[in-house]
Write a protein that binds this ligand. Structure first.
Ligand SMILES: Nc1ncnc2c1ncn2[C@@H]1O[C@H](COP(=O)(O)OP(=O)(O)OP(=O)(O)O)[C@@H](O)[C@H]1O
Ligand SMILES: [Mg+2]
Length: 256
């Protein structure tokens, strides 16, 4: 596997009201082509900022970040992004939302790509619907299709299922795994949901509170990702230990 992303000693500070706030601290991470990386960490630890830097939407303050050995100078069609809210344009049909980034192609080619992605996310029959006519899960499917339609090498997902109910969320996780297996796109996903991080991530990046540092990168070796399986529980405990103290063992006296 080739290295698609190389992040070395990366720092990010924001200037707020004349004060420097360090958001990311000494981030070192290499990502191989075709990997599925999940990122977990406290709110405000810089996860979205890191995705924005990878997307070329935000500049890092020091250190280096290379995509396929080249510095990231700005947004690129090679990097797609899906956000927590679907961000579909309400006045465009689903097919036009999905094809939005394909303006430079001729009509026939564009239609073929759009249809391929509609089928991929199982939205066939809704090509001519408007976003307001779709459920939350369907809208996120459309957003994923739009993110993949330009055939990016990397798809960044920032809490894409955060606004969905628990059952739809599990279904969407299964769908995303299927899409990843079919498309082989490198995926980097931020999530607050530890189960989701284990279910999807082949490596899980655990970050500290702000300034966000990488505390551990956990490789999920197991083939058994069934929620509640012993393997799954092992990884869950390992991640939880980074965020919460172990419950104190209490000696219990039984009076018979
Ligand atoms: N453009 C900006 N200007 C100033 N500060 C910013 C800017 N963007 C983000 N921040 C600050 O950087 C910190 C990290 O923000 P970020 O959105 O990356 O966190 P996060 O880990 O994604 O949090 P959450 O899990 O809540 O989405 C926060 O303290 C935020 O206030
Ligand atoms: Mg965020």
């Amino acid at each position: 596997m080739a290295e698609i992303l190389h992040i070395e000693h990366l720092n990010k500070t924001f200037n707020v009201d004349g004060k420097e706030i360090q958001v990311l601290k000494d981030i070192n991470l290499d990502i191989q082509e075709g990997e599925f990386i999940t990122i977990v960490g406290h709110s405000g630890c810089g996860k979205s900022t890191l995705l924005k830097i990878i997307a070329g939407l935000e500049k890092h303050s020091s250190g280096s970040i290379l995509r396929e050995e080249k510095p990231i100078l700005g947004p690129s069609p090679e990097v797609g992004m899906v956000f927590q809210e679907h961000r579909l344009l309400p006045w465009l049909k689903i097919k036009d939302n999905i094809g939005f980034g394909l303006g430079s192609l001729d009509r026939k080619e564009r239609e073929e790509i759009v249809q391929k992605h509609i089928d991929l996310v199982k939205l066939s029959g809704f090509e001519n619907a408007y976003p307001s006519q779709l459920s939350g899960g369907m809208s996120q499917r459309a957003a994923i299709a739009r993110g993949l339609s330009t055939n990016p090498k990397i798809l960044l997902l920032d809490e894409p299922f955060g606004a969905l109910d628990a059952l739809t969320r599990i279904q969407m996780q299964q769908e995303l795994l299927r899409i990843w297996e079919e498309e082989k796109t490198t995926m980097i996903m931020v999530t607050h949901d530890i189960d989701e991080a284990i279910y999807l991530g082949r490596r899980i990046v655990v970050m500290s509170a702000r300034p966000g540092e990488i505390k551990e990168v956990i490789r999920v070796e197991t083939g058994d990702r069934t929620r509640g399986s012993p393997d799954f529980s092992f990884y869950k405990k390992r991640i939880y230990e980074h965020f919460f103290d172990e419950p104190q063992k209490q000696s219990v006296e039984y009076i018979i």
